[in-house]
Design a protein around this ligand. Structure first.
Ligand code: CO
Length: 181
């Protein structure tokens, strides 16, 4: 099986609020595919709609964020941010917008309600890079991208790149719709 293609800015699935997961039995192979796609692109997080799946599901693996240091792969199903604290600004990239980095301001600490692969409910607090990545992936699942969160001025340097990414994404979208690929 080839690694799943990462959907790029311009494709309508990235603008969708994703549906809750109900069939948990379907998750294991989907999650394996998502980790393969994320690692291949050397990302630290991936939302399901970035591999063309309309599901409230994202994964993270942030090396160095854990005390033991290699970091730990994490899976979040049907998640929702229920509280935030503070504010921080940092540079972010996105596998769906290759080559672009933008300074994004977000809350510094978040509380997340989510389910694991076995449908157990959890409430957990996150800070640092993990909190930032969770907010980035949560935005994806609500159809929001980092380009929506900055001024036109900040995007100006990437104007041509963004246009080209969108153009190619629309070509790929049409190919998929027509079933030719
Ligand atoms: Co992203």
């Amino acid at each position: 099986m080839p690694v799943k293609e990462i959907i790029k800015l311009g494709d309508p699935i990235l603008r969708k609020a994703c549906l809750p997961v109900e069939e948990f039995s379907l998750l294991p192979p989907i999650i394996d595919d998502m980790f393969d796609a994320m690692y291949e692109s050397e990302g630290v997080g991936l939302a399901a709609n970035q591999v063309n799946l309309d599901m409230n599901l994202f994964i993270l693996h942030i090396p160095g964020e854990d005390e033991n240091d290699g970091g730990e792969p994490r899976i979040f199903v049907n998640s929702k941010i229920i509280a935030t604290e503070g504010k921080s600004k940092d540079s972010e990239g996105c596998l769906s917008i290759p080559g672009v980095r933008l300074e994004i301001t977000r809350p510094e600490i978040i509380t997340l309600e989510y389910q694991d692969m076995d449908r157990n409910n959890h409430v957990e607090k996150f800070s640092g890079l993990t909190a930032r990545a969770i907010q980035h992936e949560t935005d994806h699942l609500n159809g929001v991208l980092i380009t929506d969160k900055v001024s036109q001025v900040q995007k100006l340097q990437y104007k041509q790149d963004l246009k080209e990414i969108e153009r190619q994404a629309m070509v790929r979208y049409s190919e998929r719709q027509s079933g030719s690929v």
